[in-house]
Ligand binder design. Sequence first.
Ligand code: CUA
Length: 333
Amino acid sequence: MNFQLPFTPEQASSMALEVDQLTIYLVAMTAIFTTLIGVMVIAFAVKYRQRVPSDAVGSNFENSAFLEVTWTIIPLLIVLVTFGWGLKVFFRLSRPPANAVQYYVSGKQWMWKIQHPTGQREINELHVPVGQPTELVMTSEDVIHSFFVPAFRVKQDVVPGRTSKLWFTPTKPGRYHLFCTEFCGVEHSKMIGTVVVQEPNEYQAWLAGAPAAKSTAGAGAALFAQHACNTCHLDQEGGRGPLLAGIYGMEIELADGSKVIVDEAYLRESILHPTAKVVRGYEPLMPSFQGQVTEEALVQLVRYVKSLSDTKTASHASRPATSTTRDSQGAAQ
Ligand code: CUA
């Protein structure tokens, strides 16, 4: 079933066809039942209109177990198929592939600020190479925005105080619309941009020519020193705070005995509300950095802590190794 609904944008990501197939199924189901019920309402109204004396008595009505079971089982099967299919597509959309390359997106009234893993920055434009699984790690600096690329069939709310993610693999070079789809103020309608999908060599050429600030992790390292985080989080065990190298992605035990996976959300919370989830064996000494670091700085700090784990595994994972090399190039620029 490789076709497109009329009036829809072209299919330019690996998920687009799957999303469209599900949409077509849902539209077809709705159309079939709307027509069926509509036709029956009209047909029965005509067929059984009153043409007998008004004092006539109706015939006896008997229950039919067969009919009851049939009209229970068939809709049940249809609903289960709809649920299962929707769930499958939802899971695929919400789980980025392990080799996805992360870009950082920050929504702000009224623009999209984007930073590449290699440090390049863009506003209202996102350049990505075709065929690369791409994950966006998104935050908002003010109100709720929503990142929507119709040609990729992906959309995700961007919420202040939280990190949300979205992924896609672009399949066709081209320029695609990017919209904010959450009403976010008077210039919401102008919060638009372009996703530019390029051949890998064109993308490399673009990267080389684009203005690069410090890489995200590099900027995070500077903030880490500036806020004196390194006085407690030492390079080796024995600091007043937990050792951060290699911690990303690990399951750690908290003071109350519960366990938590160290991910972006946990690191973010631990910077803003350090006492919320204290690692077992440590005192709740860390001050809150709420209001002292911007959203952008938070992303950089989290990325830096994450990079400490990348280096550790660089020898047996190819992606962190390249991103580390690029980070150091970015830091040098
Ligand atoms: Cu941002 Cu609408």
